[in-house]
Write a protein that binds this ligand. Structure first.
Ligand SMILES: [Mg+2]
Length: 228
């Protein structure tokens, strides 16, 4: 019997990749406007190089970018850094916003199941995104990287969430967009798995080991119906 549904956050419930792309573009534009003598494209590439090197949640990305571009003038450095931070933040508010369809779907599920989050994001960023997306009242628990310090596919964060819910792994469905982290990790924890294909950027049918696959978020209802 299905008792709980746990979700990944980034690219499963919110369009994280789109936000990262758009915010990097806006930050590159702002740095150039502040006086950095590089093309927007070159600055944009540096931003993603920093993410590649230090992780997508890196907190000193723009400092790193300006350093890597050899910006030595302290005045220009800070002007460009703050312009980038503000442009990035504005995009965050613009792009991560409540989506009524998703909120309706989740609210309907919440009347029948326990809903939780298991994410590799740090806790402050995860909560900011949930609040901006209008999803912060729908989930308990929200297990973040900060809680177990183990990243998916470690079963640890999944098991932490199940333990807090007092639910057995086989009574819980996990929905996530990454095969190698979400699906493999949830399987290791013994959960039923569902791949959010709409969030995958390198989907491969042969490698798809998920029990269920959904093309769009609302398709979750069909998965639940077949489980019931
Ligand atoms: Mg994800």
């Amino acid at each position: 019997m299905l008792k709980a549904i746990l979700f990944d956050l980034d690219n499963t419930l919110i369009d994280f990749s789109g936000f990262k792309r758009e915010s990097a573009l806006a930050a590159a534009k702002a740095m150039r406007k502040a006086g950095v003598k590089e093309s927007e494209k070159a600055i944009y590439s540096r931003i993603f190089e920093a993410y590649e090197r230090f992780g997508i949640e890196y907190r000193s990305t723009f400092t790193e970018v300006l350093r890597s571009l050899g910006v030595e003038d302290r005045n220009l450095f800070e002007h460009a850094r703050q312009a980038a931070i503000i442009a990035y933040t504005k995009k965050k508010y613009e792009l991560i916003k409540p989506r009524q369809k998703a909120i309706r779907t989740l609210s309907a599920l919440r009347s029948r199941y326990k809903l939780g989050i298991v994410t590799d994001a740090p806790k402050d960023k995860a909560w900011q995104r949930l609040i901006l997306a209008g999803l912060d009242h729908l989930f308990y628990p929200v297990v973040t990287f900060s809680d177990t310090e183990a990243k998916k596919p470690s079963p640890a964060p999944f098991l932490r969430a199940l333990e807090l819910l007092k639910v057995m792994p086989k009574e819980a469905l996990f929905v996530g967009d990454m095969l190698e982290r979400d699906i493999i990790g949830a399987k290791k924890a013994g959960m039923i798995t569902c791949l959010a294909k709409y969030g995958c950027h390198d989907f491969s049918e042969e490698e798809n080991v998920a029990d269920y696959t959904i093309e769009k978020f609302e398709d979750i209802h069909e998965v639940i119906n077949s489980l019931e």
